[in-house]
Design a protein around this ligand. Structure first.
Ligand code: VGL
Ligand code: ZN
Length: 234
């Protein structure tokens, strides 16, 4: 009789210890980070061809510092890199008589025509955050026929390796920031939510091409369930 009470006591204690430690045993939902297009051509810091307002050296250094801190805390860091061939469809100079920032229709899609930027293997296509911090940097916009604001897929629907890499890493939640809020940050965050991740966009670590499209992008992201945080408190 005494023995069976002892056995029940031991089983109860083991069960209680297991329940208390369950979050540690099974792990918290795994959080990853996507740093979007932190490249010279999008910054005033590097005199970029498509420099976005507010992307001076102080901004880039802030993104570098936070990314370093997130890495030090153990979060897996991923990046996207705009990586266009010189004859890319999104460059105004590849369309006779067109001007930068004009929008045209191509096969039923709206294509904004940009100054040539992030041309493969050029100085200003480099990612300005320490490349050693990243588990992977996903290149996008490599196909001359399609633009690719999203890090997950291009305008033709061809997927990148992003989702596969995140799944392999066991990521469930994502922090997203970078350039530009109204184009590549927005498209990447929206595709991440569509792929089933819980997404938080950090407004203070992102800059937009224009105020009106940036305000609209933030509203659109919120409407899709994306959390918008002013800054990361660490
Ligand atoms: C981007 C315009 C063209 C971006 C990329 O990174 O937001 N914007 N290509
Ligand atoms: Zn581009």
């Amino acid at each position: 009789m005494k023995e069976s009470i002892f056995v029940i006591f031991v089983i109860a204690m083991v069960t209680i210890c297991f329940l208390i430690n369950a979050p540690m045993v099974f792990g918290e939902p795994k959080m990853g980070v996507i740093v979007v297009d932190l490249q010279g051509d999008f910054t005033t810091y590097k005199n970029g061809s498509l420099a976005v307002e507010g992307t001076d050296e102080a901004f880039v250094n802030k993104v570098r510092k936070v990314t370093q801190e997130l890495r030090a805390k153990g979060y897996p860091i991923f990046g996207t890199q705009d990586w266009h061939p010189a004859d890319h469809i999104s460059f105004y100079s590849n369309h006779a008589g067109k001007k930068p920032f004009e929008a045209i229709q191509i096969d039923g899609r709206t294509q904004v025509l940009w100054p040539p930027h992030c041309v493969q293997e050029t100085e200003n296509a480099r990612v300005l955050v320490d490349n050693n911090l990243f588990l992977a940097i996903v290149k996008k916009g490599k196909d001359k026929k399609f633009d690719s604001y999203s890090g997950f897929q291009d305008d033709g629907g061809a997927t990148t390796e992003m989702n596969q890499i995140l799944q392999k890493t066991g990521i469930k939640e994502l922090i997203v920031y970078g350039i530009a809020t109204d184009y590549c940050v927005k498209a990447t965050a929206i595709d991440a939510v569509a792929a089933g991740y819980k997404v938080t966009v950090i407004e203070g670590l992102s800059k937009g091409v224009a105020p009106d499209t940036t305000a609209k992008a933030l509203e659109e992201m919120k409407a899709k369930g994306i959390i918008i945080k002013a800054d990361l408190e660490m």
